[in-house]
Design a protein around this ligand. Sequence first.
Ligand SMILES: [Zn+2]
Length: 302
Amino acid sequence: MKRLVATLLISSPALLVITSVCVATSPGQSKLRDGVTVQPALRPANERSDRRERGASSLTEAAARNAQLSRELNWTFGNKPQRGWYIYIPLIKRLINTKEDAAAAKFAQAVSKWQAKSGLKSSSVLDEETLYAMIKVWQDARLKDRSVAQPDQLLTAPVSDFYDPTRAIELRQIERRTYAAYKRMISAAIAERSLSLAHTTQGELAPTEKYLKIISAFRSPEYQAKLRREAPNSGSAGLAVNSPHFTGRAIDLYVGGEPVDTRDSNRALQVETPVYQWLVRNAERFGFRPYCYEPWHWEYVR
Ligand SMILES: [Zn+2]
């Protein structure tokens, strides 16, 4: 604890208040107070309230730590160094079942519950170990079978479904059931008035609407290899050697910003859009699961 206090003193004046709250309600002091000034008959009630205060102050401390770590935690995804977990907040909120902000005490409480359920120490702090456990849950929920789609499993979707209105016909293939699920999901998104998606009287996304249009669906191994040759240093996970796009069941959807740019600034903007947040809450109903690192990439897993 002493080491922690020293770190906090140096790193953030705002945390000083929290530190002093912890000290004031430390077990040693409350025991002294009980022993000296409190009548024996009142002790149980006071002990209960002390315990409540201690619980509240440790949650306040955890909440402050979460606010800091959401911006500053150093970790790696694959072998790419990352800073903070703020980009994943919508997915985290859904996973731990809370609507609260990452800096809220109730968010810390939800982290604690999730940690206990997942066999981790219930610190209420979303630290490196907790984040990796969350990422494992998301990654494990993705498509397992990445076999290349056979021609009879694919259909060619109309160009009106695509973000690029000039996309070539050979690049508009998608697995049949995935396409049907995508269209059901689009109908539901259009029906969600708060998203204000421009649509036709037939219930399709309007030509002027960009959100939720398909950027890319089926990519053949040959096409993927060509993309890699053209951008050998892109480092993009989207150009993986064993891409889920081979299955025809992975779709990249427009969720705002630069369509498929992994820079933090771009992803931070994308995860704030109502359309992305709607997908996080609703895509699972239609069989789609996220790839946490790319807000635009969704996989049909049924
Ligand atoms: Zn993708």
